[in-house]
Design a protein around this ligand. Structure first.
Ligand SMILES: Nc1nc2c(ncn2[C@@H]2O[C@H](COP(=O)(O)OP(=O)(O)OP(=O)(O)O)[C@@H](O)[C@H]2O)c(=O)[nH]1
Ligand SMILES: [Mg+2]
Length: 323
């Protein structure tokens, strides 16, 4: 039977980092397939993941947990038929809930070994009130407190306490019995998504969830949180420093920015990865398409417009999506 892990967690917490740093390390002799769904209609994670893993399927233009169940299921079936992987890892978008994905995998006869929720230990306070973030914890059975390098031990303990509280409150319940499903969840720590191998080796006892499938109602979590994204293309003559200044000038509402840009003073295109004030960069020699940046946050339309006035090298597509 094909095994699978679902990796969930809010925007920018370190899901892709975990897939690139941990998965290859522990599953060298296994055939791995990755399915990644990103928030918004343009995905960049797959570009990073294909550097490390050979079979990567990107599902974009929506949230797999709400609208794309069918696309997800047919994509996974295709990967299974073509590649016959031993293990499938699914990275959900930061704005998705994991449970509907669990049900889809189950429909396909794939065994779910674990639903891993990655938590950003440094920025948990900033996003913990987001309802999707709460359902992500509630629908998981492995919790990874990531970015431990950015917090003190005392802060980490505080985050852990809050995570446990939310987990208990939002723990998925069996509709028939009222009992919580994931009683045996575990909490691990990680830096750069590096976890102990035992995270992938537990016996997670999630078979009982099967009973839920027919009654489960998907809650509309996207409307409430109003997370939106805006894409900007870049003019040709940008320097690395311009990008740096732009990232330093991002307003609080834009807490996540990703993109791939060519700058005049670095030979290769650069993958920009910004979340909650911290940025990282990686060269991506293979990238041949346009330079673009994706801004993600809450009600950001006006802020992005202001940003494009301040940094005229940003080109915003003329049509405008909802705020
Ligand atoms: N300091 C520090 N930075 C980290 C750690 N893990 C991830 N990051 C950084 O956090 C940012 C986001 O990481 P990603 O792995 O892209 O996050 P993600 O959860 O896949 O993001 P989305 O797919 O957009 O929701 C990147 O800049 C990473 O380099 C960590 O343990 N410590
Ligand atoms: Mg990602």
């Amino acid at each position: 039977m094909i095994q699978s892990f679902i990796i969930t967690g809010f925007l920018g917490v370190g899901k892709t980092t975990m897939l690139t740093n941990t998965v290859k390390k522990y599953f060298k002799n296994k055939k791995i397939a990755i399915v990644v769904n990103e928030f918004g209609d343009i995905g960049v994670d797959s570009k990073i993941l294909t550097n490390v893993h050979s079979e990567v399927l990107e599902i974009s233009e929506g949230c797999i947990c709400c609208k794309l169940a069918q696309e997800f299921e047919s994509g996974v079936s295709e990967i299974v038929n073509k590649y016959n992987p031993d293990i499938i890892f699914v990275e959900t978008s930061g704005a998705s809930e994991p449970f509907p994905i669990f049900l889809s995998l189950q429909n396909l006869g794939i065994s779910i070994e674990g639903i891993i929720c990655v938590v950003d230990a440094k920025n948990f306070d900033t996003y913990k009130e987001n309802s999707t973030a709460k359902y992500q914890l509630g629908g998981s059975n492995i919790i990874i407190l990531n970015k431990v390098d950015l917090v003190t031990p005392a802060e980490l303990e505080e985050v852990k306490k809050e995570v446990i509280q939310i987990k208990e409150e939002y723990n998925i319940k069996n509709n028939l019995t009222g009992e919580t499903v994931f009683n045996n969840y575990m909490i691990h720590y990680a830096e750069q998504g590096l976890v102990n191998k035992e995270v992938f080796e537990g016996v997670y006892q999630i078979d009982e969830v099967i009973g839920l499938a027919k009654d489960y109602k998907h809650l509309d979590h996207t409307g409430k949180d109003s997370i939106t994204q805006k894409v900007a293309y870049l003019k040709e003559n940008v320097r690395f420093n311009d990008i740096d200044q732009l990232l330093s000038a991002l307003p609080k509402s834009i807490y996540r920015t990703k993109g791939i840009v060519k700058v005049t003073d670095v030979p290769n295109p650069i993958f920009i990865n910004y979340s909650f004030g911290d940025a990282s960069y990686e060269e991506l020699p293979e990238y041949k398409e346009k330079s673009l940046l994706i801004f993600i946050g809450e009600s950001i339309a006006d802020d992005v417009k202001l940003l494009s006035q301040k940094f005229p090298f940003l080109i915003l597509p003329q049509f405008s999506i909802n705020k």
